[in-house]
Design a protein around this ligand. Structure first.
Ligand SMILES: [Zn+2]
Length: 381
C-alpha cells in the first residue's frame, strides 16, 4: 500500500516520509487512532516506504518486489501480530497470529485495511463474549522471528495491531524487547486505546497520532463514487466524524437491508421506552444480543446518529439535518422527546454500552441495562 492509497492525512504522510528520508527511524512507534481513520493502512504504507528501494516523490514505488510483497501482506521481513483466539481449542494446541494469516489477508483484501475490531472478531467466529488475545506464546514467536537475519530488506518490521489485547505476561515480554532495541528492527504498535497499555510500554515508544480524516477529503470520497448529490456528499462527510467506517455505512444508504434492520430496532426501542413496556424491552435486549458484534456496533452508531438528528430537528435545525425516507418520517415525530434534558445522557448511555460490549461484557446483560436506561430518559417527558 502506497501513501497515496491511504485516504487523507497528507501532512502526516509527508512528515513520516521526511523522517525516513532523513534516516530518523525510531525503533518503536505507537500509531494511535480509530480504525476508521485508516491508522492501520497508514502504518503499512510507512513500512512499505521504508522498505522500498525505489521510493521517490515522498512515496514508495508500488511496483518493486518489496512493495508487491507488502501489498500482499507476504513480505518475509514484515511480520504481523494481532489478537486471535479459537473456539473449542484442543488442549495443547498453540494458537498464534500465523494460524490466522489467511483470514488476516482476506479482511485486508476486502476492506483495504479499514475494518473494525468487531469485524475481525466476527471473522474469527469468536462468538459474542470470547476475547481476542495476544498471548505470551506470541511474544516468544516474535523473538524467534526477529532473531533470523533479514531476507531482503535492510530492516525487519513487526506490526502489532491492538497491543491493548496483550495479556500481562505478553506485555511484559514485549516490554523487554522494547527496552533493548534490536539493530535495524522496527516495532509498530497500532492502538485504538493507548490508555489501556502499560505506561512502561508507551513511554518506550514514539507516538504517531492519527487524527480524524478531514471533511473535504471524505466529501471527495463520496463524490468519487458518483452516486450522491453534492448536498448529500457534504452532509455525509460532516456526519462521518472523520471516520471512513462511518462514511461507508452512510453511503450504503437506507436501501441497505442491514441499515433498515438497525432502524427498526431503534424505533422499537424508542416506542417501548415511551410506553415503558419492560417485558418487551427484555425481548428487544435478547434480539440485540443475538446480533453479531459488528451488528451491535453498527446499531449503536445508527442510534447515536438518529438521536443527534432528532435533537437538531427539535432545536429547529432541521435544515442541516441529514435524514431521508423512513428515518425522516420517524424522527420528525420522535424529535419532541429529545432535548437538552436527555440528549447527552442518552449518548453517554450508548457509549458506555459500546465500551462494555467491546470489553466482552455479556450482551444480554448489557442490552437489558441499556434498554432500561433509555426507557428512563424517553419516558421522562
Ligand atoms: Zn517499491
Amino acid at each position: 500500500m502506497k501513501f497515496c492509497d491511504v485516504i487523507g492525512h497528507d501532512d502526516l504522510k509527508r512528515r513520516l516520509a521526511a523522517q525516513i528520508d532523513a534516516g530518523r527511524v525510531s525503533h518503536a512507534q505507537l500509531f494511535t487512532g480509530a480504525a476508521g481513520y485508516g491508522t492501520l493502512p497508514l502504518a503499512l504504507a510507512y513500512v512499505q516506504y521504508l522498505f522500498c528501494p525505489n521510493r521517490h516523490d515522498g512515496d514508495s514505488c508500488g511496483e518493486c518486489p518489496s512493495c508487491r510483497q507488502i501489498a500482499e501482506l507476504a513480505h518475509p521481513d514484515l511480520h504481523f501480530v494481532f489478537p486471535v483466539n479459537k473456539r473449542e481449542k484442543r488442549s495443547g494446541e498453540v494458537i498464534t497470529s500465523d494460524t490466522f494469516i489467511e483470514e488476516w489477508r482476506a479482511i485486508w483484501h476486502d476492506t483495504r485495511g479499514v475494518f473494525s475490531t468487531e469485524e475481525w472478531y466476527d471473522r474469527l467466529d469468536l462468538g459474542k463474549t470470547m476475547k481476542g488475545l495476544i498471548t505470551a506464546k506470541e511474544s516468544e514467536e516474535i523473538i524467534r522471528k526477529l532473531s533470523f537475519k533479514s531476507y531482503s530488506a535492510e530492516y525487519k518490521a513487526m506490526i502489532i495491531w491492538l497491543p491493548e489485547a496483550m495479556n500481562q505476561e505478553a506485555a511484559n515480554k514485549i516490554l523487554k524487547i522494547l527496552e533493548e532495541p534490536w539493530e535495524k528492527t522496527l516495532f509498530i504498535l497500532v492502538s485504538e486505546h493507548p490508555e489501556l497499555l502499560l505506561q512502561t510500554i508507551t513511554s518506550r515508544t514514539q507516538e504517531v497520532a492519527v487524527g480524524r480524516i478531514d471533511v473535504e477529503t471524505l466529501e471527495q470520497v463520496v463524490r468519487s463514487r458518483g452516486e450522491h448529490s453534492e448536498v448529500e456528499a457534504r452532509n455525509m462527510a460532516r456526519l462521518a466524524g472523520g471516520s471512513l467506517l462511518e462514511l461507508h455505512e452512510l453511503m450504503r444508504g437506507e436501501s441497505d437491508e442491514a441499515r433498515h434492520q438497525y432502524f427498526e430496532l431503534f424505533c422499537r426501542l424508542m416506542r417501548l421506552s415511551y410506553t415503558d413496556n419492560h417485558l418487551e424491552l427484555f425481548d428487544w435486549a435478547d434480539d440485540m444480543a443475538a446480533l453479531t458484534r459488528e451488528g451491535q456496533r453498527q446499531f449503536f452508531l445508527h442510534a447515536v446518529r438518529l438521536l443527534r438528528e432528532s435533537y437538531m430537528l427539535h432545536a429547529g435545525l432541521g435544515s442541516i439535518s441529514y435524514l431521508w425516507g423512513e428515518e425522516a418520517a420517524f424522527c420528525s415525530k420522535f424529535a419532541p422527546y429529545i432535548g437538552n434534558q436527555n440528549i447527552e445522557i442518552l449518548v453517554d448511555d450508548i457509549e458506555r454500552a459500546m465500551a462494555q460490549i467491546a470489553q466482552n461484557g455479556s450482551p444480554r446483560i448489557v442490552f437489558t441495562h441499556f434498554a432500561l436506561a433509555v426507557s428512563k430518559q424517553i419516558n421522562r417527558l
